[in-house]
Design a protein. Structure first.
Length: 202
C-alpha cells in the first residue's frame, strides 16, 4: 500500500506527491515515497524511470510528510527516519527523481533533536535566499524550527539552525506566518514569522 501525505504543483503543472509506501505488511516496514504525475493525471514515466521513487533510508519507519519545490525544479522533502527512535529527515531530489548528491550526505540530512525519542518534520519552506526552513516537533513535545543552508549544512544562527519552543494553543493564523510544526498529541500549530529567525509570531 502507498499513502500520500504531501502534495505540491510544479510550475509546468506536474503534480508531486510524497508519503510512505508499505514495504512489508507482515513486518511493519515502511519506506519513503515520491510520485510525479503529468497534468492529465497519468504517471510521469520520466521521473525515476517509472513515475515514482521509493527508498529505504535504513530503518523500518521512513516517512515523508511535506515538500517544497525550488525554482530550479528540485524537490525538498521532510519527514522522519528511524524506529523506534525517530530523527528528522530532509532530502532533496533532482528533477529526474534521483537524490541530489550535492545536498547534505549524498542527498539527505538527518537531525537527532532529542536522543532516544521520536523527532519528526512536517513542513518545509524555502526562503528567497535559498535557505531551508523546516518545522516539526521534538520527541519531548516541543515545536522544532530548523534552518539549513541551500547545500544542507546547518545555518549558523539560532543555535546551529535549531529553535525549540513550547507549543502555544489556539493561535490565530495569518498568511504571512510560516507553519512551523504540530504537537503529536493535539496537532495544534505554532508559528514563526519570516525575517525573525527563532521568534514566535505574536
Amino acid at each position: 500500500m502507498e499513502y500520500p501525505l504531501g502534495i505540491a504543483l510544479q510550475s509546468n503543472g506536474k503534480i508531486i506527491l510524497v508519503g510512505v509506501a508499505e514495504a512489508n505488511s507482515y513486518d511493519l516496514d515502511f519506506d519513503i515515497m515520491v510520485l510525479r504525475f503529468n497534468p492529465n493525471g497519468t504517471m510521469d514515466m520520466g521521473f525515476n524511470g517509472g513515475g515514482k521513487a521509493i527508498m529505504n533510508l535504513g530503518s523500518k519507519l521512513d516517512v515523508l510528510y511535506g515538500l517544497a519545490i525550488q525554482s530550479d525544479g528540485k524537490i525538498v522533502a521532510t519527514g522522519r527516519t528511524g524506529y523506534p527512535d525517530g530523527q528528522v529527515a530532509i532530502l532533496r531530489f533532482n528533477i529526474n527523481g534521483t537524490l541530489d548528491q550535492n545536498f547534505g550526505n549524498l542527498g539527505m540530512v538527518t537531525r537527532n533533536i532529542t536522543p532516544h525519542q521520536n523527532d519528526e518534520a512536517y513542513s518545509v519552506h524555502l526562503q528567497e535566499d535559498g535557505k531551508i526552513l523546516v518545522g516539526g516537533y521534538s520527541g519531548d513535545g516541543r515545536m522544532a524550527l530548523l534552518r539549513y543552508m541551500p547545500d544542507g549544512t546547518k545555518a549558523v544562527s539560532s543555535q546551529q539552525g535549531l529553535t525549540l519552543m513550547e507549543l502555544q494553543t489556539k493561535a490565530a493564523q495569518r498568511p504571512a506566518d510560516v507553519v512551523a510544526g504540530r504537537s503529536p498529541a493535539d496537532h495544534e500549530v505554532n508559528r514563526s514569522r519570516p525575517g525573525q529567525p527563532g521568534a514566535i509570531a505574536p
